[in-house]
Design a protein around this ligand. Structure first.
Ligand SMILES: [Zn+2]
Length: 151
């Protein structure tokens, strides 16, 4: 791949704790060929997002579980409460793209919240192929997704 496109803020980046990333990749691989989803828990320091742990949530979209996810709101609420108990917060959402690239779909973009990070994991029958993070642009066009580097 070439350089990351269209980073609006040079400071925008995300870090994912080693254990959290390993856990996330294991869930995604185990869930194949279905889309799996969940929350990113951590903290935000300015434009930098630090993911300390991940939580899995139920995908309520059982009809199109291969290419759609609807995060269970009860699971999201429970994750939010647990995060607050630890002085953390929900900083984003992760979901998988079975047999598709780790790039946001139009549906992903339309559902996204400003300020949250959206980690997308590409997965095939062979396992996790790619993991990228996106967030809505903070600049002139807030409807645009930009990739944020994972450090
Ligand atoms: Zn998606």
């Amino acid at each position: 791949m070439n350089a990351t496109p269209n980073i609006t803020s040079p400071a925008a980046e995300i870090s994912i704790a080693f254990d959290a990333r390993a856990e996330l990749e294991a869930w995604v691989a185990a869930g194949y060929p279905h889309e799996t989803c969940g929350l990113l828990i951590g903290r935000r320091r300015g434009e930098r997002t630090e993911v300390e742990r991940v939580e899995q949530a139920r995908n309520r979209n059982t009809e199109r579980a291969r290419d759609r996810y609807d995060l269970d709101p009860d699971d999201q609420l429970a994750a939010d409460l647990r995060a607050r108990e630890d002085g953390l917060e929900i900083v984003g959402i992760w979901h998988s793209h079975p047999d598709h690239p780790a790039r946001p779909s139009e549906t992903d973009r339309s559902k996204a919240w400003e300020g949250w990070s959206y980690v997308i994991v590409a997965v095939t029958a062979d396992g996790v192929a790619d993991l990228r993070s996106w967030r809505l642009s903070a600049s002139s066009d807030p409807s645009r997704f930009v990739e944020e580097p994972i450090r």
